[in-house]
Design a protein around this ligand. Structure first.
Ligand SMILES: CC(C)(COP(=O)(O)OP(=O)(O)OC[C@H]1O[C@@H](n2cnc3c(N)ncnc32)[C@H](O)[C@@H]1OP(=O)(O)O)[C@@H](O)C(=O)NCCC(=O)NCCS
Length: 180
């Protein structure tokens, strides 16, 4: 990685360690890519972020140049005759600041996220646009059929693809995965 002129540090924080200043840097970074205003980002954050979610923050010196969050969720695997409860992470919002892209920096965040998911022995799901499939496959994420997933408070779009990482799944035997 060409990081000689950079001073990169990746930190994993819970909500209580995100002070206003840091949160504002994160939301500004998100706003640079996603079309939502800062105030709607704040509303989303308040509504969806819980205490045990893990925020992966990539710094170059004191600047936030990358971010992703693993949101802790309960899931239920529904098999033919049984149901199994488990923890899972929703993998949300990976972003690298524009001028820092294409230098391998997303590796730092993706590998750390994958490591956390594996260490916890959880499964993680994400939803992405079709053009991002290649990117996530590069980090060993796999596609899962949209009709296997049932999720509350989420509007499914037909242009989106669900992917998962972590625990091995015997997809054929699973009728449904409920995320709530
Ligand atoms: C997607 C994103 C995080 C990638 O970050 P990055 O630091 O530029 O990516 P890297 O340089 O670390 O690339 C890692 C690998 O993924 C590949 N890759 C990067 N962006 C890709 C993309 N959009 N589609 C497919 N592959 C991609 C790279 O070619 C590289 O593979 P290589 O090592 O074989 O060359 C960055 O482009 C970004 O922030 N985009 C805007 C936000 C976004 O779209 N997030 C995804 C939401 S689902």
């Amino acid at each position: 990685m060409k990081s000689r002129k950079f001073n990169l540090k990746l930190k994993v924080k819970h909500l209580k360690k995100l002070d206003r200043n840091l949160l504002s840097k994160i939301l500004k970074l998100k706003k640079s890519h996603y079309k939502f205003s800062l105030s709607s980002q704040k509303v989303w954050f308040k509504k969806n972020i819980q205490n045990l979610d893990k925020h992966l923050i990539l710094y170059n010196k004191k600047n936030v140049i990358g971010y992703n969050v693993l949101r802790l969720k309960k899931i239920k695997f529904i098999y033919q005759k049984t149901k199994v409860l488990n923890n899972a992470y929703i993998f949300d919002t990976i972003i690298i600041k524009n001028e820092f892209r294409n230098q391998g920096f997303s590796n730092l965040i993706m590998n750390k996220s994958n490591h956390i998911i594996k260490r916890k022995k959880y499964i993680s799901f994400l939803v992405c646009k079709k053009k991002m499939i290649k990117f996530y496959k590069y980090f060993n994420w796999k596609i899962i059929s949209d009709n296997k997933i049932s999720i509350s408070n989420f509007k499914k779009g037909n242009k989106h693809v669900w992917m998962y990482y972590g625990k091995k799944l015997n997809i054929k035997n699973i009728k449904k995965i409920e995320i709530f």
